[in-house]
Write a protein that binds this ligand. Structure first.
Ligand code: SF4
Length: 492
């Protein structure tokens, strides 16, 4: 059984989930190989291609060649090798991004990352990644004398053709690894032994005592008795509170004793009460006050953006969000509703969107979005690229109201499952409106589709239909806010 670098990192996060993947792959809930993950992988390859350009005489080795073949190739006169792979006797497998042969016959490992820093958090630990590569190389008979991580320079700004030496930074991490390496060796051995175990306790896993954000897709496999309306659905519940409730045999929201000495937040108390009474808790007075304070016309606004590790457009840096689409529904005092939409047809910065938006909304009224911090941040970015629209964009931010706020404080319904996302709220409040009938039904699909539409020279789908689908998705985002607004208005 093989252990790859990805497996090792998964082991560090959760041994049980790796065991399931290795021993019962037919049961392992792979989830969907999400478009987002696919995009990250493609971006990783793109950064790697730039990194390879730093070593013009590097030799590409075939995919998945075995260690014997690799070691034979390393005897030639080349200095840099791309993607050499090695496997140890105990099954640890590594493919090295770039391997340099040094004159003293030792080797230098380069690990390429598409981030703008060297990460060492629980989910991404680049130092442990490269230590794993060193372990495999050394146990395959190579002497590794130097280790470096290549990553994106966060200060890089694209101006014309990208030169890899401007885009990328190389950091020598040899010293940093020295402190870590012994621990990594033990962890790799533990991981190899763990996945070889014939059986583990499959009736429960440690996330039973942890918050929802820590759960992986295998949670319900390991915890089959934890069903809908569980305490994990309580908004922002802490690990401490989960443990307290479980100790008191309270695993469903309806079993929670809201009068105990657990210090629940107002949101949490209201959610518990809503679940017990199966009724929403709505503070009509405060909602009325908020709605009365909004100045007409009301501009319901939503942006779609395309982030990219390697910037595709001049004046953008790594991972910057490019706004390629906007939908605005404007509601006037007399209930007249108008709609504006813009969808870019090229990967470029141009001021057409802002200029048309400004003509449509003018400088009056209130701008309403959901999770407004996102739209506000994009407006700040746009000011940098289009200073001539500074006044307009600052006006939007000043007059921005976040509709989500009502659902954080004044409208709690147990059926929202502790979430304030519009995707969870809309089906309950406006069941007639749904994303599920759309061909493009979420933001990741939208950015992926648009990216392919404007960048892929071999784009095979119907261009007009694709544009129509993109427009329908963004339009529904703002239409949904309008409908939710109408529902609230009717209640007060
Ligand atoms: S839910 Fe948590 S403990 Fe359980 S398998 Fe997944 S990551 Fe591991």
């Amino acid at each position: 059984m093989q252990l790859t670098k990805t497996n090792y990192i998964q082991y560090l996060q959760c041994p049980e989930s790796l065991w399931l993947l290795k021993n019962k792959p037919e049961i392992y809930p792979n989830g969907e190989f999400s478009l987002f993950l696919e995009k990250l992988i493609k971006e990783g390859y793109e950064v790697e291609e730039y990194a390879k350009m730093l070593f013009p005489n590097g030799v590409d080795l075939p995919d998945n060649c075995d260690s014997t073949f690799t070691k034979e190739r390393l005897k030639d006169d080349s200095v840099f090798y791309f993607q050499p792979s090695f496997i140890t006797e105990d099954g640890a497998f590594a493919r090295i991004d770039i391997l340099e042969k040094i004159k003293d016959n030792s080797f230098h490992i380069y690990e390429v990352k598409s981030s703008t820093s060297i990460k060492t958090d629980k989910k991404h630990n680049h130092l442990k990644d490269i230590s794993f590569q060193k372990y495999v190389c050394e146990n395959s008979g190579l002497n590794i004398s130097k280790l470096s991580i290549i990553y994106l320079d966060k200060n890089f700004v694209k101006k014309g053709n990208i030169k890899p030496e401007n885009l990328l930074l190389i950091e020598d991490v040899t010293e940093k690894i020295n402190d870590l390496y012994n621990i990594v060796k033990i962890e790799i051995n533990n991981a190899i032994n763990f996945i070889k175990k014939k059986s583990i306790n499959e009736n429960v896993c440690s996330c039973k005592f942890n918050t929802r954000s820590n759960h992986c897709d295998s949670f319900s496999y390991f915890n089959p008795n934890i069903l809908e309306n569980s305490i994990y659905m309580i908004n922002r519940i802490s690990k401490k509170k989960i443990n307290h409730l479980l100790k008191n045999n309270q695993s469903k929201i309806t079993e929670v004793d809201a009068n105990s000495d657990v210090n629940f937040s107002d949101f949490q108390l209201n959610q518990i009460l809503s679940a017990k009474t199966t009724k929403p808790l709505i503070d009509l007075e405060n909602i009325k006050k908020i709605l009365e304070n909004l100045e007409f016309p009301l501009h319901f606004i939503d942006y779609e953006t395309y982030p990219s590790a390697v910037p595709k457009i001049d004046d953008l840096g790594p991972h910057k969000q490019h706004v390629f689409q906007v939908s605005i529904h404007s509601l006037f005092k007399n209930d007249k509703l108008t709609h504006f939409e813009y969808l870019a047809d090229k990967m470029e910065l141009n001021n057409k969107m802002l200029s048309n938006m400004k003509s449509f909304t003018g400088l009056e009224g209130t701008f309403i979005s959901w999770h407004a911090s996102f739209e506000k941040s994009r407006n700040k970015d746009l000011i940098n690229w289009f200073p001539e629209f500074k006044n307009y964009l600052e006006f939007i931010n000043l007059k921005m109201f976040d509709l989500e706020d009502i659902f954080k404080k004044y409208y709690i319904d147990y059926r929202f499952n502790g979430s304030t996302s519009i995707k969870n709220i809309l089906p309950i409040i406006c069941p007639n409106l749904s994303y599920s009938n759309l061909d493009i039904s979420n933001g990741t699909m939208a950015l992926d589709t648009w990216g392919r539409l404007v960048l892929d020279k071999n784009f095979k789908e119907d261009v007009n239909l694709t544009r129509k689908n993109l427009l329908s998705y963004c339009e529904l985002d703002t239409k949904a806010m309008v409908e939710i607004y109408f529902k609230l208005k009717k209640m007060v």
